[in-house]
Design a protein around this ligand. Structure first.
Ligand SMILES: C=CC1=C(C)c2cc3[nH]c(cc4nc(cc5[nH]c(cc1n2)c(C)c5CCC(=O)O)C(CCC(=O)O)=C4C)c(C)c3C=C
Ligand SMILES: [Fe+2]
Ligand SMILES: [Fe+2]
Length: 336
């Protein structure tokens, strides 16, 4: 009789510990068809869009994907690397560096939407002898739309296994000392090279205000992390602003919006702004295109002189050290 559960490899000994780094996901190519495929999967996740599913699917398939596919593909083409989409390329490099830092673990990158998928990567880790699993979503701040969605996908795959691994999840790391050290060093290195701009913007991806009212801790975690970073940098309240970017759809999202604050700053005579996006572990469409291209152009059109985007932590040594520290702490009590 065939089993409804995935066979466990017959391994002797205690098995190995896996570290799964999960990021959002990205299209496989900067083409309208690949973008529609990716956005179709992403925006069908009910953790991301909490609307009546039938109505939403009609709107998504008939209006949003046809319109957005081409426009978004053109934006991806502006930032595409020889090796692929920045989000995937930098996440894979980061996982490679973490594997060097933590040679005793099986470290793998996966994407919540698109490829390499969470099920495919988990199966490969199982084949390599994994019996304990630490899931590290690359989202410093917890949101149901990101962190919980990673949990859903991991749980859905493990539900089909005969022998499930011992399991832990890093729910957030928004006040982790090592992570704040890495961000602080990133800003200071930028200042050493370019001098300080008149203002520092800390721009985070937004979510609908409805999610916050329902108890999502995301905005509080963004605020606490931003304040901790500003304090470490010795900034007065008037010298920095927390904003939210990447608004989608018509309902109200978290405020203040990055583009509107940039407009106000330009009009009030602030000519240079440094922008850092601490919620994005690696650079992607939302930082490289939306901030460093679109918002830069809008800022200069509104009278500003220069928007200087401070790149994400990506595969930097400080980022690797921070994530290795977070992993080690969460692995305590498991066999080395
Ligand atoms: C529809 C609602 C959306 C919610 C809620 C949302 C939350 C959210 N997203 C990120 C991180 C990323 N989002 C990215 C792109 C992106 N996000 C949405 C929508 C929601 N995000 C859309 C429609 C898009 C695509 C934009 C486009 O095609 O123009 C990305 C970049 C992906 C890439 O390939 O580079 C990231 C990363 C977080 C952290 C978050 C909640 C806190
Ligand atoms: Fe998003
Ligand atoms: Fe965007």
């Amino acid at each position: 009789m065939s089993s409804r559960f995935r066979d466990a490899p017959t391994a002797a000994g205690p098995g190995r510990t896996g570290l799964l780094l999960v990021n959002l996901g990205t299209p496989d190519a900067p083409t309208p068809a690949a973008v529609r495929r990716y956005l179709g999967e992403f925006l069908s996740d009910r953790r991301v869009v909490e609307l009546p599913p039938l109505l939403w699917q009609l709107l998504l398939r008939l209006v949003i994907l046809p319109v957005r596919g081409g426009r978004s593909a053109a934006n991806y083409r502006k930032i595409w690397l020889r090796e692929g989409s920045p989000l995937l390329v930098y996440t894979a490099r980061l996982a490679g560096e973490l594997q060097h830092a933590l040679p005793e673990l099986i470290v793998r990158p996966a994407m919540r939407y698109g490829t390499p998928s969470i099920p495919a990567v988990l199966r490969e880790m199982q084949a390599a002898g994994m019996t304990r699993l630490l899931v590290l979503p690359l989202y410093p701040q917890y949101s149901a739309s990101t962190t919980a969605s990673v949990f859903d996908a991991v749980a859905a795959e493990l539900k089909t296994w005969r022998r499930v691994p011992a399991l832990r999840l890093v729910a957030d790391y928004h006040l982790d000392t090592g992570w704040l050290d890495a961000l602080e060093a990133r800003v200071r290195a930028h200042w050493d090279l370019h001098g300080r701009a008149a203002h520092l913007l800390l721009s985070f991806h937004g979510i609908p205000q409805r999610f916050e009212r329902a108890g999502d801790p995301y905005p509080r975690q963004c605020e606490a992390g931003a304040r901790a970073l500003a304090q470490r940098l010795g900034l007065a309240d008037a010298d920095w602003t927390l904003t939210y970017q990447s608004r989608f759809g018509r309902e109200p999202w978290l405020e203040p919006a990055t583009d509107r604050v940039l407009d106000t700053l330009a009009q009030s005579g602030i000519d240079t702004v440094d922008v850092i996006c601490p919620g994005f572990a690696v650079d992607c469409l939302e930082t490289l295109e939306e901030i460093a291209m679109q918002n830069d152009e809008a800022f200069r059109t509104a009278g500003g002189h220069a928007l200087r985007y401070i790149g994400a932590l990506n595969e930097s040594a400080g980022h690797v050290a921070a994530l290795a520290g977070i992993a080690r702490r969460h692995l305590q009590g498991w066999p080395a």
